[in-house]
Design a protein around this ligand. Structure first.
Ligand code: NAG
Length: 503
């Protein structure tokens, strides 16, 4: 790739990060920025996962480092802006590298033309635009998995000396260990390591010793870093598996049918690219008899990786779009092949090459979607934090009468004011579900909450219809109506309202 293309790709993802101003999923703030803010500035909200050592500090620690650099310069006019922007810009750089390495993998497997189509799909993909520059662990996982697969390709096709092969193997195993440690659902990546081992010409004892040594070193580094960050011995990986698999707490956050990833998630990801995706898969399967050279093995490994992920994720009742995000670049590689094949593998026919152009053109339709979801859909809960930042002081007390974790918190206000919301830890950890209690009896609950002397109340328009009278009686005045979404649903209204106590 030329330098100019790199600059374009990097600027694209950086603008992606700056422009995307909507909220997608609470984890973006609550499992990353909020934790980093708490550790850097001494205030910030830790959800129950952190008190029970369920999450790894490693990922928020990345942002903590950024925050510490910013806090080094003290408080200045733009510190809040930087606290919000810098983590996103960092994710944008990783997203850019994800794009570049997806291109490189596709280049190794299918040649330059297909790789260019793949890059085009990657850039136009609405879901990647929407999700990848957010501070989700899934975006980070996507980056790691793509790098891992690239290393895997290199090891399969490259001709390295024993020393270089050893180094690359160690690097591959380290990255796989890291991604599995951060996201236990990334275990299918381990299969890549075994494939490389199987086909490499190194001696068995060398492979064995290398694997054991790297695993031991990596585990001790991970556990000791984690324990240092937690301040006591901690193995969140184990706790996470225990809580999510054994006690099934995750299903409290919604369940979906078994085939949801296949029948809902993938179609939403690929939309008009579905036919080309299927053609790509068929082409790879048809082209792999007999299983001869390394390229065919890599292609099958790519297919296998997607399949294993689907098989592993599908039985878990709690499903989310972003859990499948790491597979999307690989789906684009297959889709790109599908589009390429349509034109080249059959006798040249005008209709067929028209079909290919149509498929390429239809991808452009995802751009309006990127804009809609990136700028408009669910933007109120972010804007309201800008509003509050501009209006409240440290003495103020703000009450968020919204479903729990609807807005970001201290990471976006950056003032140590009292911010209260309706908490909703799973029943094991807090005996009362305050959000449920609240919504069952809105008026009397609001009444009793307001006796705590709040100066601001923030709620969705659906709720304010109900408690408008009560708020007025208590001396609250509506100060702002901020647009949130065109698709209100249940407790989520189209607008976010801010009330202020007068006098
Ligand atoms: C933030 O405010 C709370 C409550 O007013 C206080 O207990 C805490 O010490 C403050 N933290 C910092 C770092 O200022």
């Amino acid at each position: 790739m030329d330098l100019i293309l790199h600059i374009i790709l990097l600027s694209f993802r950086l603008s992606n990060a700056i422009l995307c101003k909507t909220s997608f999923d609470p984890d973006e703030y609550w499992q990353a920025l909020e934790v980093a803010h708490r550790r850097t500035y001494g205030y910030g909200y830790l959800t129950w996962e952190w008190h029970t050592q369920l999450r790894s500090y490693l990922f928020p620690y990345v942002f903590e480092c950024l925050y510490r650099v910013i806090s080094f310069f003290g408080e200045f006019e733009y510190s809040r802006l930087l606290l919000i922007l810098c983590p996103r810009l960092l994710m944008a750089v990783l997203a850019y590298m994800t794009d570049v390495y997806t291109f490189k993998i596709c280049h190794i497997l299918f040649g330059r033309m297909t790789a260019v189509i793949c890059l085009y799909l990657q850039i136009t993909s609405w879901f990647i635009f929407y999700a990848i520059t957010r501070t989700f662990i899934n975006s980070f996982e996507t980056f790691l998995v793509v790098i891992i697969f690239y290393l895997f390709c290199q090891l399969m096709v490259g001709n390295y000396s024993i020393r270089d092969t050893g180094l690359r193997l160690a690097m591959l195993l380290t990255l796989i260990g890291l991604v599995c440690y951060l996201r236990p659902t990334a275990v299918p990546c381990i299969s890549l390591y075994f494939i490389v081992l199987y086909f490499s010409s190194l001696s068995v004892s060398y492979k064995l010793i290398l694997s054991i040594v790297v695993t031991l070193i990596l585990s001790s580094i991970l556990i000791s870093t984690e324990s240092l960050l937690y301040g006591k011995l901690a193995i969140p990986f184990y706790n996470f598996l225990n809580v999510n698999v054994v006690s099934g707490i995750a299903s409290l956050y919604g369940t979906h049918s078994l085939h949801w990833y296949l029948t809902q998630c993938l179609p939403v990801f690929l939309i008009t690219n579905i036919p080309a995706f299927i053609i790509g898969i068929i082409f790879v399967i048809k082209g792999s008899h007999p299983v001869g050279n390394e390229h065919i093995i890599i292609k099958l490994a790519l297919l296998g990786l997607i399949l294993l992920n689907l098989v592993l994720l599908s039985p878990v009742p709690h499903k989310e779009f972003r859990f499948l995000l790491p597979m999307l670049p690989f789906c684009h590689i297959l889709t790109a092949k599908g589009i390429y094949v349509i034109d080249n593998n059959t006798r040249k026919h005008r209709l067929i090459s028209l079909f290919k152009k149509l498929l390429l053109f239809l991808s452009l339709l995802q751009i309006p979607m990127s804009f809609y979801f990136g700028f408009i859909h669910q933007r109120g809960v972010i804007r309201v934090m800008d509003y509050l930042y501009g209006h409240i002081s440290v003495e103020d007390q703000v009450l968020f009468l919204m479903p729990c974790h609807s807005t970001p918190l201290y990471s976006h206000i950056h003032k140590n004011a009292t911010l209260q919301f309706l908490e909703c830890s799973p029943p094991l950890y807090e005996p009362v579900d305050r959000a449920k209690l609240f919504y069952n009896n809105v008026n009397s609950q609001t009444d009793s909450l307001l006796s705590n002397g709040y100066s601001y109340v923030t709620c969705f328009s659906t709720l304010s219809e109900e408690i408008n009278g009560l708020l007025a009686k208590k001396g609250f005045q509506k100060k702002a109506e901020i647009f949130h979404t065109h698709l209100p649903e249940g407790r989520i209204g189209s607008y976010v309202h801010v009330y202020k106590k007068i006098g």
